[in-house]
Design a protein around this ligand. Structure first.
Ligand SMILES: Nc1ncnc2c1ncn2[C@@H]1O[C@H](COP(=O)(O)OP(=O)(O)OP(=O)(O)O)[C@@H](O)[C@H]1O
Length: 282
């Protein structure tokens, strides 16, 4: 039985930002807004997002479809810019931030082998061939793809391709993992296995993670914090700190307190999901 330090009544806390200037703050979003302008008009994706992530924390972001989760992740990763507000991402010990991305699909290069894909970021970094082979071998081993190191992605299953992507992100040794529904396209069994694998990999190196998911169970299982967002325009609605002791395992899902937290989170998300459903693609 895994112990929990959390409680079923863990409140949805809207005021979790640590004091300004906290040295452990890794990511700080202040009043972040985003408006996309296209020939169809302007779409406000985000409005006034305030979010602080402490270094080494695993944060899961959930919210209704189209509320701007991916947009926020991309802005934090420097792939897009906010229309308003500020994003401050601090590298470790004053160094340049090193974000690593894991996307649901399209994240790997079909023309590169598994090994070349895992080595990609390291090659871009200028790491010497022998060393990057070593690092790639280690991570390919950790995600159980040794036998497939010379295969191309189209020779592998969806779950294996996602493992390449996760191995590549960990091999790159980024200080901030930005994961956009990394397990979303997988069948239920593969997803459960990958969640366990992700937990195990993360528990070894405890880098900061921001993971977008549609699954409340996944968020509770993986996250130190589960941050909920409102319907579009997205802003932070609240958060829960599940508090389950680590290392964690899937057994957590069978517990009564897990079910209680799940119900509480769903209660918080339900109105937002309904708003999204009723208003459609405004
Ligand atoms: N490049 C873009 N140009 C125009 N609109 C965009 C662009 N990217 C996102 N949007 C719009 O911004 C809103 C937020 O999109 P985003 O993908 O961030 O939401 P999401 O919460 O990640 O959605 P989902 O859960 O369905 O993946 C949506 O209405 C989307 O159509």
């Amino acid at each position: 039985m895994v112990e929990t330090k959390g409680s079923v009544e863990a409140p949805l806390d809207n005021s979790a930002d640590p004091v300004s200037g906290d040295p452990d703050v890794h990511v700080r979003c202040s009043g972040v807004g985003k408006v996309f302008v296209s020939s169809r008009g302007a779409t406000r994706a985000l409005a006034g997002v305030d979010l602080v992530i402490e270094r080494g924390t695993f944060v899961c972001l959930i919210g209704p479809s189209g509320c701007g989760k991916s947009t926020l992740l991309r802005i934090i990763g420097g792939l897009d810019t906010p229309s308003e507000g500020e994003v401050d991402v601090r590298g470790l010990d004053g160094r340049q931030p090193r974000p690593a991305f894991v996307f649901q699909e399209h994240g790997i290069f079909p023309w590169l082998t598994v090994r070349e894909n895992v080595e990609f970021g390291l090659r871009m970094d200028g790491m010497r061939r022998t060393r990057r082979r070593e690092v790639a071998r280690e991570w390919i081993h950790r995600v159980g793809l040794e036998k497939f190191a010379s295969h191309y992605p189209n020779q592998l299953s969806g779950g294996m391709r996602q493992r390449i992507s996760i191995a590549r992100a960990f091999a790159y040794d980024g200080d901030l993992m930005l994961m956009d529904e990394p397990l979303g396209a997988l069948d239920a069994q593969t997803r459960a296995l990958m969640q366990e694998q992700l937990l195990e990999l993360w528990e070894r190196n405890r880098t900061t993670v921001l993971l977008v998911t549609h699954s409340i169970e996944e968020a509770l299982l993986l996250g130190d914090r589960v941050v909920t967002m409102t319907a579009r325009p997205g802003r932070v609605k609240g958060e829960m700190r599940p508090g389950f002791a680590r290392p964690r395992s899937m057994e957590l899902e069978a517990r009564a307190d897990f079910a209680g937290m799940k119900a509480q989170l769903w209660g918080s998300l339900r109105d937002e999901a309904e708003t999204t459903l009723l208003e459609g693609d405004r």
